[in-house]
Ligand binder design. Structure first.
Ligand code: SAM
Length: 413
């Protein structure tokens, strides 16, 4: 595919190409999420005013200029990653991939100085598998950039990211620009990651050995329970405090991406003024304090210390109350009833010291006797533990948590 002589490099006005191909058009974007969260993510996207929102399997598509992508990254609480769809075309053979990919204005999109990482997936394709996509894509991109006297990108070969549940490995890697090539039947979609590390990494999590909920899941559970910060919240088994920290951010309208890096800031199209304007607008719209009380309790004082440190780093420590207390021996707080969220220990994640069904039955009985008037959102690891909670009119939201299927049981007062 590279047997023809390379053309003489053309002098390229990169800035003009960036304006024409990256700034001027509306782009198609894909915000990915954990399976089961698509409808919640679509609601969030609507709330943000993003255009042409469609919920599909595994995420939400929307349309908009680059600023929409910045906004999605800054504000979406339940998205895992935001992808910019660079091109979509029919591809029946590697030659098609090479020919079409050479026409894509990569020079306007790819960051210089970061290696490219190809993630190829195929579905319903009888003609060739994901492994065949790499060669023509590398050749086409390299040839296009060299023809413009630009540097051939360095490629890094790390496919460990394929597992969407893979926690924590992102941050150990050198930043790279992911290029997703998805062949579905004979349609190939090429997308660039605009986020970088997955978005559950808000930038303030302290590493520890517990069983924290991902921030994206915690936010999804709060939003599914209708939490908007106007009523109180209590997490009586708070662990590292993920629910309460996410709740404080929702209550104060602090964007989840306020404190982290994004890959789009390495793109040649990046406009610091646009980004700073978005951040400033978000800051101006945030409340100085949460309007209703947020309580973190745990039987383990070390967990509470971690929750406090976590909240401090997230800038919401003053919104939270911390109490060491055994759930089974303490009353509900003396504040007006609000939402009680629970992610009890269970099975492979933490040893509950016995039978999980019996433990969840005790949790349900305690909620019924000590928390009258409170709405409930509880994470349960199995149908038997869901039932053991004894909440007959509850809604059930199936989710995936660290590769495990769990259900969030949601009940009104
Ligand atoms: C699965 S962890 C919660 C993780 C938390 N959602 C997070 O994101 O970090 C369960 C927590 O329940 C606490 N716990 C277990 N039994 C308890 C009890 N009887 N009363 C209060 N806390 C308890 C444990 O100390 C642990 O921190």
């Amino acid at each position: 595919m590279t047997d023809q002589p390379e053309p003489t490099p053309a002098a390229v006005n990169l800035e003009r190409r960036v304006r024409r191909h990256a700034h001027a058009p509306e782009h198609a974007w894909f915000a990915a999420c954990s399976p089961g969260l698509e409808a919640l993510l679509a609601d969030e996207a609507r709330g943000l005013g993003l255009g042409h929102i469609v919920a599909t399997g595994g995420g939400v598509t929307f349309r908009g200029r680059l600023e929409s992508g910045y906004r999605a990254n800054l504000h979406l609480r339940t998205a895992t990653r935001v992808w910019l769809r660079v091109a979509e075309f029919p591809a029946r053979a590697p030659e098609d991939v090479y020919r079409e990919a050479r026409e894509i204005p990569w020079e306007a999109f790819l960051p210089t100085g970061l290696p490219l990482m190809l993630q190829a997936t195929t579905a319903r394709s009888r003609l060739f598998g994901g492994g065949f996509l790499g060669r023509p894509l590398r050749d086409a991109i390299g040839r296009r950039l060299r023809a413009l006297a630009l540097q051939d990108p360095e490629w890094t070969d790390d496919s460990a990211d394929d597992d969407p549940e893979d926690a924590g490995r992102d941050s150990l890697r050198r930043p790279a620009q992911r290029l997703l090539a998805r062949l579905d039947g004979n349609r190939l979609t090429l997308s660039l990651d605009s986020s970088g590390e997955r978005l559950h990494r808000r930038g303030f999590r302290l590493e520890h050995g517990g069983a924290p909920l991902r921030e994206t899941l915690a936010a999804a559970i709060l939003l599914a329970a209708g939490y908007d910060g106007s009523r109180g919240l209590a997490d009586p088994m708070c662990g590292s405090g993920t629910f309460a920290v996410e709740a404080a951010a929702i209550a104060r309208r602090l964007p989840p991406g306020r404190d982290r890096e994004f890959l789009f800031r390495h793109w040649p199209s990046y406009r610091a003024a646009t980004w700073e304007h978005l951040r400033r607008t978000a800051r101006d719209g945030a409340l100085a304090a949460a309007p209703a009380p947020l309580l973190c309790r745990d039987a383990d004082p070390a967990a509470l210390e971690l929750a406090r440190a976590h909240a401090r780093r997230a800038g919401v420590e003053s919104d939270l109350l911390f109490e060491a207390a055994d759930f089974f021996a303490s009353p509900a707080p003396a504040t007006p009833p609000g939402l009680v969220v629970l992610n009890p220990p269970y099975g492979v994640r933490l040893d509950a010291g016995g039978d999980p069904v019996a433990f969840f039955r005790r949790v349900g009985l305690r909620l019924a006797s000590a928390w009258p008037g409170w709405s409930i959102a509880a994470v349960a690891p199995s149908p038997a533990t869901e039932d053991a909670l004894g909440l007959p009119r509850a809604r059930r939201l199936p989710l995936s948590h660290g590769g495990l299927r769990v259900t969030v049981v949601l009940a009104g007062p």
